[in-house]
Design a protein around this ligand. Structure first.
Ligand code: BV8
Ligand code: ZN
Length: 235
């Protein structure tokens, strides 16, 4: 075992308060496509162009087709060893993922900063409800007759202030923050690492490649999160 891995394991073993910021890479080994890179494309669309209020307003059917495709994928996959290693560890999971796989692995304390694809929200009356069926109708409607939208946060939309406050508190109060499987380009989520660091937390990054955070973290492990997270956390 490399010395850096031993050190990071020791750090985690002694930590009183561990938090993790997860991104799409943590679900990649389960078979959920990531957002950026060639595999992030759906038909001819880029996720950045689909995950917007404008895209939904202009063409809700295409937007719902994309979400329905993603719901179908997630319903058919299982959490992986990375999710399970986190679930076995007492820690706060701050996730940008909307797939619900951390909860399915058994994590209890999950903060979904970008919402969930299993939540629907009425565009008219704002009512919110959960729908776990993989085969959802293409243009779901609310009891009031209004068109429903996915309960996620799109680009240009503000995060739920209570959810964001919880994420910020977790970042400020942890002594180790693991940042796993995220390209760390989407704000404000990516800003949680510098927030934690400013409060004195050690930062451990796990990714297949280097990111804009890599230079400023305490430990950077290059490899699949399904392999590295258990190496870091399993006792
Ligand atoms: C907001 C949810 C205020 C829905 C998503 C210019 C500069 C700075 C900021 C901005 C700017 N212009 C606009 C902004 C703000 C904007 C932003 O950050 N834009 C960036 C892209 C420039 N942010 C917002 O708009 C946010 N709101 O700021 O509110 C406001 C109000 C009004 C007007 C403006 C602002 C809201 C952002 C929410 C976006 N929602 N999705 C859905 O899923 O459909 S974004 C999408 O990106 C997903 O949620 C995803 O989780 C998130 C982050 O992506 P990652 O998870 O990091 O995934 P990615 O594919 O990028 O990377 C995968 C990584 O995993 C890679 O590094 C890869 O190497 C690694 N990997 C792969 N496999 C593995 C692995 N690692 C380990 N193991 C593996 N096996
Ligand atoms: Zn309604």
């Amino acid at each position: 075992m490399p010395d850096s891995l031993k050190e990071a394991r020791q750090l985690l073993a002694e930590a009183r308060n561990i938090a993790i910021l997860s991104g799409a890479g943590v679900s990649a080994e389960s078979g959920v496509p990531t957002f950026r890179g060639a595999a992030g494309l759906w038909r001819k669309f880029r996720p950045e162009d689909l995950a917007t209020p404008e895209a939904f307003a202009h063409d809700p059917k295409t937007s719902w087709e994309w979400y329905s495709w993603r719901r179908g994928i997630v319903a058919g996959v299982q959490p992986n060893r990375g999710h399970f290693a986190l679930a076995k560890t007492e820690c706060t999971v701050i996730t940008q993922n909307v797939d619900g796989l951390h909860q399915r692995a058994g994590s209890k304390n999950v903060i979904e900063v970008h919402g969930s694809i299993w939540l629907l929200r009425c565009t008219q009356c704002r009512r919110e409800w959960e729908d776990l069926s993989p085969a959802i109708e293409l243009m779901p409607h609310c009891k009031c007759g209004g068109l429903a939208r996915p309960g996620v946060v799109w680009f240009g939309e503000s995060l739920d202030p209570n959810v964001w406050a919880a994420a910020e508190t977790a970042a400020r109060s942890c002594d180790v923050l693991i940042v796993a499987g995220t390209s760390a380009v989407v704000y404000p989520a990516a800003g949680l690492a510098p927030i934690a660091k400013a409060e004195g937390a050690k930062i451990i990054e796990v990714n297949l490649e280097t990111t804009s955070l890599s230079a400023s973290v305490d430990y950077s492990f290059t490899g699949p999160s399904g392999v590295i997270l258990p190496q870091l956390l399993d006792r």
